[in-house]
Write a protein that binds this ligand. Sequence first.
Ligand code: FES
Length: 123
Amino acid sequence: MSDGLNWVKATTLDDLWEGDFVDVEVDGEVVVIFHRTGGELRAFQGMCPHQEILLADGHIDFDEGTITCPAHEWQFSMDDGKGINPRGCRLFQYDVRREGEDVLIGVPTDNRLRRLRHEAEDA
Ligand code: FES
């Protein structure tokens, strides 16, 4: 394919119902995948950019569309992975698509960093 992505099966819709999420390992990185109400899928790096804590252990609010890390409560948007509090950080966002019952994650083939880090001054 010429989209610069290697599409990898990460899970199935049977294991990821609407209003639910899973974290899986894809090509050596933890990825958290959300199945939002209405059917939309979103996928981000699964480790917090602050100190690499599992975001799937945090507070996931589908109504607000937020992901809150369990460690120091950094909060991210489920729309695009951008930091809500604090701002200036973000989660790496993966392309995601479904193929029948399978959920596929697009792993960039250009060796781009897929686990973004953010240096916090005060934490
Ligand atoms: S590790 Fe996630 S907020 Fe500190």
